[in-house]
Design a protein around this ligand. Structure first.
Ligand code: CP
Length: 326
């Protein structure tokens, strides 16, 4: 039986309609329930997913690989340096050839300035679904897991919930912008009022900001940008605070370090969390720089949902794989 998403790629967060995302959530919750009850979820028996990684991963690799096994299939881990890509295999070869071996191709390619060009090129030549495991612009599977976690903790009706997407200080200067960018375009579709907080140097891509504003207008929700973490946290229902790099990428590491050093007070700590609602949740896609980006007290505290969020990566991805590759 073919599903309504059969054969579809997931590269950008808006590739699937709001209604399609609702169905993915339904399937993800059902898969999670079945796993808890030890029921079979073997919807992709004999199917194989290629996982092509150009960058390291803990959660993405683990959750896709375990997810494919729980679906009765197999995931092949392919590290780009062990391929012939450096010796001439272009995206056309990857799409054409892997598309004949595998039933889906998942790719993590986060090179600065490339956007989703590499992944989209592979998709052009692939006869099977191509899934974006993170590019320079989007992290759609993280965002689906985040949405699932918010629904789990706050209920399905998210209208007028205040979600803060905040920059946070970290020891490394160049973390991708893909997570906050996915969040600000996806969450307005589900009724949340989004407040984006960042220092002036850490703005997001202008074209993504336009998309977020358009979604907020379409779904009649708030979308505000502030440069003060504490102001943003006031009365929030959901705090999502993580580090990302500056738009102006300087080759001079000292200059980058000087810029970021000014904002070491942008840490999520117990005092700032107290500004949010009493039942506010703290989210982070991980990895986090403990006691630099967020204190241990918040990360391991009662408001933190980071481990449920990481677990939901697997359920949300299983739903998309079952629906696109089934
Ligand atoms: N959140 C996330 O994508 O984690 P990994 O980089 O470990 O895959």
């Amino acid at each position: 039986m073919q599903t309504f998403l059969h054969g579809r790629d997931l590269i950008g967060d808006l590739d699937f309609s709001k209604e399609e995302v609702e169905t993915i959530l339904d399937v993800a919750f059902d898969l999670k329930r079945k796993r808890a009850l030890n029921e079979s979820t073997a919807y992709l028996r004999d199917k194989v997913l290629a996982m092509l990684f150009f960058f390291s991963s803990t959660r993405t690799r683990g959750s896709f690989e375990a997810g494919m096994a729980h679906l009765g299939g197999h995931a092949a881990f392919i590290e780009s340096r062990t391929t012939q890509i450096a010796h001439g295999d272009t995206p056309k070869e990857i799409g054409e050839i892997f598309g004949r071996y595998f039933d889906g191709i998942a790719i993590r390619h986060v090179d600065w300035g490339v956007g989703n060009k590499y992944i989209s090129e592979v998709a052009k030549y692939s006869r099977v679904p191509v899934l974006n495991m993170q590019c320079d612009i989007w992290h759609p599977f993280q965002c689906l897991a985040d949405l699932m976690t918010i629904v789990e903790k706050k209920g399905r009706d998210l209208r007028r919930k205040k979600m803060v997407v905040s920059w946070a200080y970290a020891a490394s200067y160049q973390k991708p912008m893909s997570v906050p960018q996915s969040l600000i375009v996806q969450m307005p579709r589900f009724g949340m009022d989004v407040v984006l907080a960042h220092p002036p140097e850490f703005r997001l891509m202008p074209e993504v900001m336009e998309m977020a504003q358009e979604q907020a207008r379409k779904y009649k929700v708030g979308f505000e940008v502030v440069d003060d973490m504490e102001e943003a946290f006031k009365d929030a229902d959901i705090i999502y605070a993580k580090s990302w790099g500056a738009m102006v990428h300087t080759p001079d590491a000292n200059e980058g370090a000087e810029i970021i050093k000014k904002y070491s007070h942008w840490i999520t700590d117990e005092r700032k969390m107290a500004l949010a609602k009493e039942d506010a949740i703290y989210m982070h896609p991980l990895p986090a720089d403990r006691n630099i980006e967020v204190t241990d007290g918040v990360m391991d505290g009662p408001q933190s949902v980071v481990y449920d969020e990481a677990e939901n990566r697997m359920h949300a991805q299983m739903a998309v794989m079952a629906l696109t590759m089934g």
